[in-house]
Each structure stands twice: as structure tokens, then as C-alpha cells.
Design a protein around this ligand. Sequence first.
Ligand SMILES: *[C@@H]1O[C@H](CO)[C@@H](O)[C@H](O)[C@H]1NC(C)=O
Ligand SMILES: *[C@@H]1O[C@H](CO)[C@@H](O)[C@H](O)[C@H]1NC(C)=O
Ligand SMILES: *[C@@H]1O[C@H](CO)[C@@H](O)[C@H](O)[C@H]1NC(C)=O
Ligand SMILES: *[C@@H]1O[C@H](CO)[C@@H](O)[C@H](O)[C@H]1NC(C)=O
Ligand SMILES: *[C@@H]1O[C@H](CO)[C@@H](O)[C@H](O)[C@H]1NC(C)=O
Length: 579
Amino acid sequence: MFFVGDLDNAGVNRSPSAYLFNPPDERARYPRDVDTLMILLKFVDATSQKSIGAFTWFATHGTSMSKDNTLVSGDNKGAAARFFEDWFTSTSTNSTTFNTQDDISVLINKASEIKATGGQPCGQTSSQGFKVRKNDGGSRFVGAFCQSNVGDVSPNVLGAFCIDTGLPCDFNHSSCNGNDQLCIGRGPGYPDEIKSTKIIGERQFHKAVELFTSAKEQLTGKIDYRHVYLNFTNIKVTLAGNKTAKTCPAALGPGFAAGTTDGPGAFGFQQGDTKINEFWKRVRDFLKKPSDYQVDCQKPKPVLLSTGEMFFPYAWAPAIVPIQILRIGKLVILSVPGEFTTMSGRRLRESVKQTLITNGNGEFDNDTHVVIAGLTNTYSQYIATPEEYKQQRYEGASTLYGPHTLSAYIQEFNKLAESMAKGRKIVPKGPSPPDLSSVQLKLLPDPSGDSPPPGVKFGNMKHDVSIPKSGSFQKGDKPSAVFWSPNPRYDLLTEGTYAVVEMLQGEKWIPAYDDDDFSLFFKWNIDNGSSYGLASLEWEVPDSASNGVYRFRHFGSSKKTIGSTTEYFTGASSAFAVS
Ligand SMILES: *[C@@H]1O[C@H](CO)[C@@H](O)[C@H](O)[C@H]1NC(C)=O
Ligand SMILES: *[C@@H]1O[C@H](CO)[C@@H](O)[C@H](O)[C@H]1NC(C)=O
Ligand SMILES: *[C@@H]1O[C@H](CO)[C@@H](O)[C@H](O)[C@H]1NC(C)=O
Ligand SMILES: *[C@@H]1O[C@H](CO)[C@@H](O)[C@H](O)[C@H]1NC(C)=O
Ligand SMILES: *[C@@H]1O[C@H](CO)[C@@H](O)[C@H](O)[C@H]1NC(C)=O
């Protein structure tokens, strides 16, 4: 089943000056410079009639967390997915709420008797048993928050401001007196970016719930697909008026190096730069002097990095990229290997829809929904319209295959759409992309071996939970505990968890929050005094937490030296009361 609706406060255009380069009559057809449509596809088990999942597509960048964040995070899409899956699980079972009616003083007394366990050995997969939401068939509901034509859409919806003056940045360059590093986008939780992530996640989650509960219309009709690989470095494109042009080998302009208001770049570049100074030209030519053909082909982009002409130790940019159309009845999904800007996405969707209607013999009509699935199958950076390309902001400067990149996508997608509409089966599969998986460079060395300080075991406490004067924590408080802990990269504990908040139920400890939960933070640091590793677990007691007795549990793994076997451990803090 599927349903569509509008979500108007989860994205803004971060390159509005480039959007204004698009023709006025085209812009006049749309209320805003970003798409607000969210499309939801709901999956229902045919036998049991139970919902088993939902996909949504909505265009907004996962950049609520800035580049200063060092925690592993799914950003606003990940937050929305977790909120949605938790919502579905709690509305469908009702059994996950803990109801402890005990008197507060009883809780405080009980908590004070339970001390930290100290570090103990455990199995490689032990932590998987402590996941709150396991992938073991219990609650299998999947809430996926997919990307769409996100190229110029920022979740930092309050706009971009200069951090020195607080004034809006330069409109055309997103800089402050020529310095792009001072111009930063603000999320709705500004200055708290974790709060911004949560709010943008919640907005997508709330809209998804609304669409999910309204989705009654069953998708019927054909299931079909077309897929092809294309060498995008020299596609011949037929433009309006029968003129022809070509795409180019990949290249990046200086606007790419400038970054965006979601994360500025470095070295003094600005978005919208159409010139490169002599110094950077010399640096560029040292790496790879772009060919005359490339310089001409990419105009008006000045070539800063001719990645399509750089092959050491392997190609710096993809040449062969896949495009794909999937059809479920009247829903048509376009899988694009990059980030289409808002207007690029509109042009592609509308053109493909027209091609389907024209060639479909009544099978497609105005009711056909075309959705762009962004950043799929491979990644080839951005796709701006030829008009936006003229301004060479970040998105235009990152449009790899030259000014006619979008026109080439539209042309090639229309070939697939025509084949699908006419029911022609086979499209040639195209050239195969090279498999580089065995030659990938890895710049991050493995951890070199870890031991705890003398007389201590990994999983022992460095700082146990410090109990407030009142004896218990309240909603919104942040209890924390610090464990001696090796580098977490020995084993990423996939399908498991580094951190758990457990709740005492009778005589048993039950996991209540894990490290995938928005309220629980797992931070690893080197102890400044001793240079041994420390894991800090911090829990922001959520409003929904029940009164009760809780404790922290930590999982980790270590190797004594690079060659030795991996050892696994766990440890729990002292207990504390929440009232
Ligand atoms: C931005 O650039 C355009 C030309 O591309 C110019 O017309 C406009 O005045 C500039 N706006 C500002 C605020 O500088
Ligand atoms: C793509 O096409 C170009 C131009 O025809 C060719 O030189 C290049 O080798 C092709 N790339 C790959 C990866 O096949
Ligand atoms: C474009 O070229 C094709 C074939 O070369 C021709 O059939 C068509 O009439 C031309 N269209 C225009 C608008 O010139
Ligand atoms: C096609 O559908 C759109 C909305 O999806 C609507 O605005 C438009 O009027 C429809 N056009 C026709 C010709 O029915
Ligand atoms: C070590 O010192 C830095 C800088 O003072 C501080 O930010 C960091 O939190 C400290 N690490 C630990 C584990 O205390």
C-alpha cells in the first residue's frame, strides 16, 4: 500500500542562489525551492495481514550532525527509523513498558545494595543477547527512511549564519567576508546539533506515522524493472533543437573544495568560484594537469581536480555507473547513483513520467507516481541542472561529468522508460564496472594491542555512577559511568552493543536501552593521566523511562598484540534508582 503527503519543515535549499539560475517560468510552477513530498510504501504480510515494514522517500541531507561530531550516528534518517520502529513495536505489543509501582525509598535502598560486578570474560556474541531490538524474528518491523533528490537540501532549516557576527552569509558564495569556514547552517535545535538531529528525525517520523496509518490504497499491477550500466565519460546527448553535446571525464571544481554550509571545506576556496589562482593551479598540475579536451568540455567549471583522468593507484572517480527503474504497479522508482538537486530531480521525474504515458498504451497515466531513490547502487557525487552548473556552487562544482550530466541522465532513463512502457524485455546490460574491492587502500591502521592498567581488568570501573544527594535520578538527568576499556575497533560488535542500560525486574536484569538508542551515549577516549583507554556511558533519562532500579553494562574486546586472539569482556556498574 502507499500514500503521499507533504512535510514542509525538514529541509531548506542550501544553494538558493543557484536555484535562481533556473528559468523563472519553470520555478513558477513550484511553491518552494525544495520538494516537500514524502512517499510511503507499506508492506503487509499477505497471509497474516500484519504490517512488516514501510519505506519512505524524502529529500533532506543527513547532515544534522556537523563534521565535528565524532560519535557513530545514523543522523536524522537513522533517528527517524529508530523512532518509527519503536513506535510500531510499542503500539503493536503493549508489553514492553515496565511498571514498577514500588515506593521510591524501597528503590533507593535496593539500588544501594547492588555493586559493580568488575570485568568478566564473555563470548564473542554475548552482547547480541543484550540488544533491546533484536533481529531474531521477534519484532521484525523495518522502518526505512530513504533518500531522494537531496543535492541542494539541508536539514539545517534555520538558515546559514556567520559565526563571528551572527549575520546571514553572503548569498552567492555562502562566506563571511570571503571566509567560507565562518558560514554555518543552523538546525532547529541550534546550538545543540544532537537536538537538531532528533527534531528533524521526529518530523520525518511523525509524517511517516501519519502516512502509514492513512495508507489504505493497495498497489496492484505489474512488477517490472530495467537496469543498465553506462560509461558516463563520453555519452552523446541530444539537446533541444537537435544540438548535440557530450558528457566529460569526471572533474571537480573549486566550489567542491569550498564545501557547504553543512560542512565548509578548507584552503580558502568559496562556492561559486569560477577561477583558480596560480598557486592552486601549480598544485593541481603537480597531481595531474587536466587535458585541453577536459578543460574545454567541463566549462564553465574550472577544473580543480581532473579525477576522471587520474588513475593512480586506481581510478579516482567512477566512469561506469548503473541506472535502474523499478515498477510496482503505478509506483515507479528511479535509482540514481548520486545526489540530484531539487530541480534536476523534478526534470528527471517529469520527463520519465511523460515517456511512460506516451509509450505505455494506457498502462501509465497522470496517476503514476515517479520517485527518485537517491545515492543508489554506486556514488558519483552531484547532478545539478545546466543552469545551476553555471554558478558553480558546491553542487555544480561536484557535478562530475560536465554541464550536460543531467541531460544525459534524462536521455538514458527515457530509453529505459520507453523499453518498459512498450514491454520490450531486454536492454543491453552495458559495460561492467571494475571490481576494486581487493585493491582498496586503507589509511586507518588497526589498533596495535591493548592491556588494562596493572591490577585492573577491562570492564572494571574507573568512575562508578555518582548518586545525587536526593538518592535517585529524575527524568532528564544524565547518570554516567566510566569503565576501563580497550579500543572499540578490535570488534565492532555488529548485531550487538557496546552499551546497555539494564533495569531490575524482580531478581533479573533486563536490557532496557542499547547503544542504538537516542538516549544512550557511548564515548571512548584515552585517559589523559595514564594513556589507557576509557569507555564513558552516559544516559539521558527519557521522559518515557519507568521508575525503577537501573545499571550500566559495557561490552568490549581486545587483543594483547596485533597477532593474538581477540578476548571479549563485559562489566556492569553499581545500581541506581530513577524516580
Ligand atoms: C548574486 O549574483 C547575481 C549574479 O549571478 C547578482 O545578480 C546578484 O546581485 C548577486 N547577489 C548578491 C546578494 O550579491
Ligand atoms: C569509458 O569510455 C572512455 C571513452 O570511450 C574510455 O576511454 C574508457 O576506457 C571507458 N572507461 C571504462 C572504465 O571502460
Ligand atoms: C532532428 O534530427 C532528426 C534526425 O537527424 C530529424 O528527423 C528531426 O526532424 C530533427 N528535428 C528538428 C527539430 O530539427
Ligand atoms: C495530474 O496530477 C497532478 C497532481 O498529481 C495534478 O496537479 C494535475 O492537475 C493532473 N493533470 C491532469 C491533466 O489530470
Ligand atoms: C583529555 O583531555 C581533553 C582535553 O583537555 C578532554 O577534552 C578529554 O575529555 C580528556 N579525556 C578524558 C578521558 O578525560
